[in-house]
Design a protein around this ligand. Structure first.
Ligand code: NAP
Length: 325
C-alpha cells in the first residue's frame, strides 16, 4: 500500500501572541496558547519524559502536565526531576482529568493500559500513543475504543539506546519525523491537534497507512536492531568459545552495533513480536542480499562489492543532507 502523504498545514491558530516553535515552518505563526488544558503522559520513560520536558519548557502543549507510572521508584524520580505538575499511579484517575492521554508504554502494554484509560476518559478527549509498531497497537487498542473519544496513533521516529525518565531530553524530537497513522474514523480536529502537538515538539510530520508504516519501520529500525543484537551475541559466543579477545578490540564498526544493542530488552522484544511478519519479510530479503554479497566475495566479483559499498555511502550522504544522521 502506498502512504498517504500530507504535509499541509492543519493548524488553525488564533493569531494573538505568536511565536515560532523550533522545527515548525518559520512562515507559520504558532499561538503560545496551550494546545490542551491537561495532557496525561502514561509511561514517563525515554519518549514520555522527553514529551514532558518539551511540554514543560514551552508550555505551548498543555497548561497542566500529569505523568502516570505503575512503579513507585519511577514516580519518585519524576517528582524529583520536576518534569510534571502532578505524578499519579492510577491510569483511570489521571485519564479522567485529561483532554489528551498519551500512552508511552511498550507496545505489548498498549492494549491493557488503553483498557484502563478509555472508560474513564471525558467525551471529546483524545487518546494517542507513540508505539513503534502500528498495526498491532491499533488492533490491541481498538476493542476498547469509544465513539466519543478520538484515537490518533502516532510514532515519533526519534530515540536513543537509553530508557527511563532520566534518559529523556526536550530536543529529542527536533527535526525528526513523526509518523501519524490515522484510522478511517479519526476525527480531523483530533488528528490536527496531535499533529500540532508533534510540530510543537519540533517534529516533521507525515501521514501513513499503518501497515505501510510497519513495513517501513521493519527495514529502517527493527531489522538494524535485530542485526545489532545478533552480531553482539555472535561476537560474545566467539569470545567464549575461543577464549580470545574479540570484544577487547571492538573498533568503530562493531562499537556502533553495540550502541544499538544496548537498547531496552522489553521494548524490543515487544516490537519484534508485534511486527513479526514485516520484520521476517525484511530479514528474508536481507539474508538473500547478504548471500549475494557472500557470493561476490567468494568469486572475487569486485564490481558487485564496490556497487554495494557505494550504495551504502550514497544513503549515508542523503541522510546527512536531510539532517537525519
Ligand atoms: P522506556 O524508557 O522503557 O519507558 C517505558 C515506560 O512505560 C516506563 O515508564 C515504564 O514504566 C512504562 N511501562 C512499562 N511496562 C508497562 C506496563 N506493562 N504498564 C504500564 N506502564 C508500563 O521506553 P521508551 O523507549 O520511552 O518507549 C516507550 C514507547 O515508545 C514504546 O511503545 C516504544 O515502542 C515507543 N518508541 C520508542 C522509541 C525508542 O527509540 N526508544 C522511539 C519511538 C517510539 P516502569 O519503568 O515503571 O516499568
Amino acid at each position: 500500500m502506498s502512504p498517504t502523504v500530507s504535509d499541509e498545514s492543519v493548524v488553525d491558530e488564533s493569531g494573538a501572541d505568536v511565536l515560532t516553535a523550533p522545527g515548525e515552518d518559520a512562515a507559520k505563526p504558532v499561538s503560545d496558547t496551550p494546545l490542551f488544558d491537561t495532557l496525561v503522559v502514561v509511561g514517563p520513560g525515554l519518549i514520555g519524559s522527553s514529551v514532558l520536558r518539551r511540554a514543560q519548557q514551552k508550555r505551548t502543549l498543555a497548561r497542566q502536565l500529569i505523568a502516570v507510572d505503575v512503579s513507585p521508584e519511577v514516580r519518585a524520580r519524576v517528582e524529583e526531576l520536576g518534569i510534571a505538575d502532578r505524578v499519579m499511579a492510577d491510569v483511570a484517575e489521571a485519564a479522567a482529568l485529561a483532554d489528551c492521554v498519551m500512552l508511552c508504554v511498550p507496545v505489548g502494554a498498549m492494549g491493557p493500559v488503553a483498557a484502563l484509560a478509555l472508560p474513564a476518559m471525558r467525551p471529546g478527549s483524545i487518546l494517542t500513543e507513540v508505539g513503534s509498531t502500528k498495526v498491532s497497537v491499533i488492533e490491541a487498542i481498538s476493542p476498547f475504543l469509544r465513539p466519543d473519544v478520538a484515537y490518533v496513533p502516532a510514532h515519533p521516529m526519534a530515540g536513543t539506546e537509553y530508557s527511563g525518565p532520566d534518559a529523556g531530553f526536550a530536543t529529542l524530537f527536533e527535526n525528526r519525523w513523526c509518523l501519524l497513522t490515522p484510522l478511517e474514523g479519526t476525527p480531523p480536529e483530533a488528528l490536527a491537534a496531535v499533529r500540532t502537538l508533534w510540530e510543537r515538539c519540533g517534529s516533521r510530520l507525515r501521514e501513513m497507512d499503518p501497515a505501510h508504516h510497519d513495513r517501513v519501520c521493519a527495514i529502517v529500525s527493527h531489522l538494524p536492531h535485530l542485526l545489532a543484537f545478533t552480531i553482539c551475541g555472535t561476537a560474545d559466543d566467539l569470545a567464549d568459545e575461543t577464549r580470545s579477545e574479540v570484544l577487547d578490540f571492538a573498533a568503530s564498526g562493531f562499537r556502533d552495533f553495540t550502541r544499538i544493542a544496548a537498547s531496552d530488552p522489553v521494548m524490543w522484544r515487544d516490537v519484534f513480536l508485534a511486527n513479526r511478519e514485516a520484520l521476517l519479510e525484511m530479514l528474508a530479503r536481507f539474508m538473500e542480499d547478504a548471500q549475494a554479497m557472500a557470493r561476490a566475495i567468494r568469486w572475487g566479483d569486485e564490481a558487485y562489492i564496490v556497487d554495494r559499498i557505494q550504495r551504502g555511502r550514497a544513503i549515508r550522504k542523503s541522510l546527512i543532507e536531510n539532517q537525519q544522521a
